[in-house]
Design a protein around this ligand. Structure first.
Ligand code: ADP
Length: 371
């Protein structure tokens, strides 16, 4: 609805007729005071406001309505026979007036302006509607997201207990069977242990995810020799995977960090390097100095590589490169956890990769990260 405010009834009459002929619904007020009452009570998409009125003039009405949140965005067209001086026009705009028409006005021009405001008003409504539906959609997804986090947390805790029992019983079984010295039985035990190990690292990753999401991941910062820890990680992988890992270093340092967590990152990089290189057994690990205060660890493989446009996503939670996700098992959380661990130590992770040639995953870590 449009509100016309003018103290001269004939002016209102002619303008009202023109607008109504063009299918606009129109309300009227014959003074500033009456206009204010109506503006606060009803909702208008446009106010056509005479500047010169006895009592409260048009500028005062505009100033007042610009102070209320409900009305401050209603566009105003000021109508005036006088006050055409530039400074009055400027004043009109200061009070939130969006247009200025001098009397006697051309009805066609005024109508065009009204139509433009109506179009803007409709667009604004549509935009508001879209915004609201988007906000609702975000809320729904956030519910769903919380439920998923909750499920992961419960499921991983529930899986942990029976898994620990299975591990214990297999160890007992292993001890009881050693006296038979049967290679077939011992092969079964080795295979069972390998699968238990895989299951345990999956459960641990899921537990880590819920710790990260709930802000409960804690670090035990202690000094340790960086290269000794890296060698340890390499040995662990070599015992369980068919691969050839070479190691080089141009620097070493006593690093202040959570040794187990940093080793977890290197083991993740190494596991991926082997997993995503079905046609190559070679992996190269190197330690170099990033700068005086940082140490840089790189794991290079000659595997399938990652297309450039997907590289930025690999550290995101549950992200897996589409081409490889069907061929290789995984949950897409190892790199997310690694990145979180390194970032919490004030370092950063990165990668260089070329499809078909291989990948280099690296992290840079402050030597004195606890300071
Ligand atoms: P997962 O290996 O369990 O899927 P990660 O978080 O460790 O989860 O890795 C995320 C994704 O990044 C993997 O699914 C894979 O597509 C890609 N990726 C990680 N490391 C490599 C690598 N060395 N070579 C090729 N692709 C890799």
């Amino acid at each position: 609805m449009i509100l016309i405010v003018d103290d001269i009834p004939e002016n209102i009459f002619s303008l009202k007729k023109v607008l109504e002929l063009n299918n606009f619904s129109v309300d009227t007020a014959s003074s500033g005071e009456e206009a204010l009452k109506k503006i606060l009570k009803n909702s208008y998409f446009l106010i056509i406001l005479d500047v010169q009125m006895p009592g409260m003039d048009g500028f005062e009405v505009a100033e007042t309505i610009s102070g209320y949140s409900k009305t401050k965005d209603i566009p105003i067209i000021f109508l005036s026979a006088v006050n055409t001086d530039k400074k009055f026009i400027t004043k009109g705009y200061e009070y939130g007036g969006l247009d200025y028409v001098t009397k006697p006005f051309d009805a066609d021009i005024l109508l065009l302006k009204v139509k433009t405001f109506y179009r803007l008003y409709k667009q604004k409504i549509e935009l508001k509607f879209t915004q609201e539906s988007l906000r609702e959609e975000i809320e729904v997804r956030k519910a769903a997201e919380n439920k998923k986090d909750e499920f992961i947390s419960i499921a991983s805790h529930e899986l942990k207990t029976p898994l620990t029992s299975i591990k214990g019983y297999v160890q007992l079984l292993d001890r009881s069977l050693t006296k038979y010295k049967d290679p077939v039985l011992s092969n079964y035990i080795t295979r069972t242990n390998l699968q238990i190990h895989k299951l345990q690292s999956l459960v641990n990753d899921l537990l880590d995810i819920s710790k990260i999401d709930s802000g409960q991941i804690e670090f035990n910062i202690m000094p340790f020799e960086f290269s000794a820890m890296v060698k340890n990680a390499i040995e662990t992988i070599q015992q369980t995977h068919d691969c050839k890992i070479s190691f080089s270093k141009t620097m070493d340092a006593i690093v202040f960090a959570d040794e187990q967590r940093i080793e977890q990152v290197i083991i993740n990089f190494l596991t991926n390097a082997v997993k995503y290189s079905p046609d190559s057994k070679d992996v190269e690990v190197s330690i170099t100095g990033g700068s005086d205060q940082t140490i840089l660890l790189t794991v290079k493989d000659y595997g399938i590589g990652i297309p450039e446009e997907m590289q930025a996503n690999v550290f995101n939670k549950f992200y897996r490169v589409e081409e490889s996700s069907t061929k290789f098992q995984g949950l897409g959380i190892g790199l997310y956890i690694s990145d979180e661990i390194i970032r919490r130590h004030k370092g950063f992770c990165g990668l260089r990769s070329e499809p078909g040639k291989g990948s280099e995953f690296f992290f840079s870590l402050p030597i004195n990260g606890h300071q």
